[in-house]
Design a protein around this ligand. Structure first.
Ligand SMILES: *Cc1c(COP(=O)(O)O)cnc(C)c1O
Length: 380
């Protein structure tokens, strides 16, 4: 938690649950990534946190933006981003969204199949396009499954087809999965997609850009490699594949930019021991918070993202707990198997903080499941 957030929580005592984001930390993270990869153009993945104060701060730093929908494109434009700094990076786009983005001046689009390419040729003629290639997501805590991306072989044919359709076959992209904790995932992806890149260039396709996607990790309960280690590994792999004929490079960080800039403040609603048939003598302790799976902590699905939790009793004696949200849904359990421990002194009515919750929380909050209002947000 940054000193600014700590001061705000202590003095303002905002109603819980709420997300507090230190926008200066967003800026520091942006600079750290720019220093680690000075040759890459940063396209902030808007979906990680699309709040206007975050977007306008990044506009001021000359960031570019990766938008997933027309609505996100519009948010970037309202924050002052020029249309030329926006990539429409979702490979699955409504025709109406493509048309709106094109009319607004967006000329950079992702695709991964022939059908989407034809939609682009018709509704965004002449635009620069890049083809997303499926790569391994091993090492990522929040992998992207096989929903996106195509094979290296199919991508080659699609890039040639893009040119024939009057589009500009600008580049190739991949995404190694979110909260990617290994640098080797990027190295392997660059080697794989780089081979296709050089093949295409040698066969006369005017491909110029490699988009390395996002995935850069944040420290939650486990430490992760420093951002400089990712920069170093990526530039090493780029040089091995391309020598000194480096293509233009794009990265699309989301989590890394906003993750550790945010804290969720939450009230403990109830602490109780629940007797179970399997452990009648030593009933497990449950801690219920006023935020859960449906209040924005969607990434606790499968206990994939394991946030650190700070309490007023840290340092005192602790014991195992199951941690759950406040709704009447049985799926609203945050951590049961991930071996969480919390202080034994923790009581209902006290406040706890979930750390590094600036990414993928505010927008994952449900409208009003069980009547609970969407998560309140403070940008300071
Ligand atoms: C979600 C997403 C990102 C951002 O990923 P992070 O892990 O938050 O950095 C970047 N690019 C694409 C295509 C995405 O879908």
């Amino acid at each position: 938690m940054t000193p600014k957030i700590a001061r705000f929580l202590a003095t303002a005592q905002p109603a819980t649950p709420c997300l507090v984001v230190d926008v200066d930390r967003v800026e520091e993270n942006f600079h750290a990534l720019r220093r680690a990869l000075p040759l890459a153009q940063i396209y902030y993945a808007v979906k990680a946190n699309p709040a206007a104060p975050v977007l306008s701060r990044l506009v001021g730093l000359d960031s570019h933006f990766d938008a997933a929908s027309w609505e996100e494109v519009a948010m970037c434009l309202r924050a002052g981003a020029p249309a030329t700094a926006i990539s429409f990076g979702n490979t699955i786009k409504k025709v109406s969204a493509i048309r709106s983005a094109y009319a607004a001046g967006v000329r950079l689009y992702a695709f991964d199949c022939e059908e989407e390419l034809e939609k682009l040729a018709e509704n965004a003629p002449g635009s620069r396009v890049y083809c997303r290639v499926l790569v391994e997501n091993e090492g990522a805590d929040w992998p992207l499954s096989r929903k996106f991306g195509t094979s290296v072989e199919a991508a080659g044919a699609l890039m040639r087809r893009a040119g024939a359709l009057g589009l500009d076959p600008y580049g190739l992209s991949f995404h190694v999965g979110s909260q990617q904790r290994t640098t080797v995932a990027y190295e392997a992806a660059i080697a794989r997609v780089g081979m296709l890149f050089t093949d295409l260039r040698d066969s006369g396709v005017d491909v110029r850009m490699l988009n390395l996607g996002g995935g850069f990790p944040v420290s939650y309960r486990e430490e992760v490699p420093e951002i400089d280690a990712f920069g170093h590994a990526i530039m090493g792999a780029m040089t091995r594949v391309f020598g000194n004929a480096l293509p233009e490079m794009i990265i699309e960080p989301g989590r890394f930019i906003v993750g550790d800039a945010g804290v969720v403040s939450s009230e403990v609603v109830l602490v109780s021991r629940r007797p179970t048939p399997s452990a009648p003598a030593d009933p497990p302790r449950w801690v219920y918070l006023d935020i859960g799976r449906f209040g924005g902590l969607a990434e606790t699905e499968g206990e994939a993202i394991r946030y650190r939790i700070a309490t007023p009793h840290d340092g005192g004696p602790s014991g195992p707990v199951t941690i759950a949200g406040p709704t009447c849904d049985g799926a609203d359990v945050l951590y049961d198997r991930a071996a969480y421990r919390l202080p034994l002194a923790l009581r209902g009515g006290e406040r706890v903080e979930l750390l590094a919750t600036g990414a993928y929380v505010s927008t994952y909050a449900s409208q009003s499941f069980n009547g609970f209002a969407p998560l309140a947000e403070h940008y300071i």
